[in-house]
Write a protein that binds this ligand. Structure first.
Ligand code: PMP
Ligand code: GLU
Length: 405
């Protein structure tokens, strides 16, 4: 069988893979704790559900413009005014099948083979693979100072004549780092000076904690005109707990959006109209659910940090946003894939190996589960790695775990 040279190089999404493994174990009735998944457990907003049902019930669900229905574009325009403080036209907006597709189609629009794309590491698993799918070269940059906060000097150092774009993801998946105002200012200035595209993946921007500020790129970039090289990616998946609805979007210059529209027209003919209506429902509906989710996630993060603090040998820096904690387990095992498999096999706790985010020795733990999942998940991991340490896990569970072995 002949597989293309590009396709051969593409790794499976580790985040989707763990979700699938978890679903299989759950279906078998295994007492799994899923600390792998990157999706809130709450229900989608009722306004989204009603809007989707209304269009389904009408029975008239047809092809629509490839770049999104006008109603959704209007809702995204309002959202952009609210959060980015800029006015954009419908021609500056494209709705896609998830932020994932918006990002992919943006990369396909700007990248030539051999172009390089810089992004801070650790990074979301799909950046490197999407860039490779365009025949281009991913350039992850791990901050030299050992933090999860890149400095502009790090980015400058890796910029070459091939550098076409920089991707910034704040709050970050997997570290939860929220980048400072100075960094965003510097990166905008740097990208503009060097004529490099700047892609802001803001999918977690409303999920920040303790009053930490998320910085809007347009505080420093000019409003979108035909020369603008800023591309903003966002969507409903995370903030409205609508991951399965698959609606995201990009905001960019009219010229870029026009090309993205053409490409997307050949890929999917545009996202599902039913789900676009649902997204309109979420964006135009009551917003209190987003704040409720943010508060829950902040609380979950606190509980997870407390539990980790009592875990001998592990290190984790406190995330200021998103719903992940990126934990250094190298004291116990340096091969994160081996460790994640071991934990899944031995104590049925699902995690995502750090190596897939560009840093081995770490595991990404999700805070989307219940407090019980978080506490019990950490205690099970502790028991698996350090059986002699004091453990709050009740005796019954120890017995249960032994019975599987
Ligand atoms: N960017 C980041 C950083 C993410 O974690 C995700 C996770 N899904 C996405 C983009 C894509 O989101 P969507 O579900 O809208 O495709
Ligand atoms: N982004 C989420 C995660 O990192 C969902 C899965 C995916 O799209 O990668 O877990």
């Amino acid at each position: 069988m002949s597989i293309s040279l590009i396709a051969r190089e593409i790794k499976e999404s580790a985040t989707l893979l763990i979700n699938e493994k978890a679903a299989i174990l759950r279906a078998k009735g295994e007492p799994l704790i899923h600390l792998g998944g990157g999706e809130p457990k709450s229900k989608a907003p009722i306004s989204a559900i009603l809007a989707a049902n209304a269009v389904i019930n009408s029975g008239e669900v047809r092809y629509a413009p490839a770049d999104g229905i006008p109603e959704l574009k209007q809702a995204i325009i309002r959202y952009t005014e609210d959060f980015y403080k800029i006015k954009v036209a419908p021609e500056n907006v494209i709705a896609s099948s998830g932020a994932k597709q918006a990002l992919m189609v943006a990369l396909m629009t700007i990248l030539n083979p051999q172009d390089e794309v810089i992004f801070p590491a650790p990074f979301w698993v799909s950046y490197s693979e999407m860039i490779k799918m365009c025949g281009a070269v991913p350039v992850p940059i791990l901050p030299e100072d050992g933090t999860f906060y890149p400095r502009i000097e790090d980015i400058e150092q890796f910029t070459t004549s091939y550098t076409k774009a920089i991707i910034i993801n704040s709050p970050n998946n997997p570290t939860g780092a929220v980048y400072s105002r100075e960094f965003i200012r510097d990166v905008v200035e740097f990208a503009q000076k060097r004529g490099i595209y700047l892609i802001m993946d803001d999918i977690y921007h409303r999920l920040v904690f303790d009053g930490v500020e998320w910085v809007n790129v347009f505080d420093y970039a000019q409003e979108l005109n035909e020369h603008s090289k800023i591309i903003v990616i966002n969507g409903v998946s995370k903030q409205y707990a609508m991951t399965g609805f698959r609606i995201g979007w990009a905001i960019a210059s009219k010229k870029l959006i026009e090309v993205m529209r053409i490409l997307q027209g050949h890929q999917t003919s545009g996202p599902s109209v039913v789900m676009q209506k649902a997204a309109v429902g979420a964006l135009n509906g009551v917003q209190s659910q987003v704040e409720a989710l943010r508060v829950t996630l902040q609380n979950n993060r606190n509980v997870m940090m407390e539990r980790l603090a009592a875990f001998n040998g592990v290190r984790a820096s406190k995330p200021n946003g998103s719903f992940y904690v990126f934990v250094d387990f190298s004291y116990y095992e340096k091969d994160s894939r081996k460790l994640a498999n071991f934990l899944l096999d031995k104590v049925r706790v699902a995690t995502v190996p750090g190596v897939d985010f560009g840093l081995d020795g770490y595991l990404r733990l999700s805070t989307c589960g219940s407090i019980k999942d978080i506490t019990e998940g950490i205690e099970r991991i502790k028991w698996a790695l350090d059986p002699d340490s004091p453990n709050e896990l009740y005796i019954g569970l120890r017995k249960l775990v032994r019975d599987w072995l």
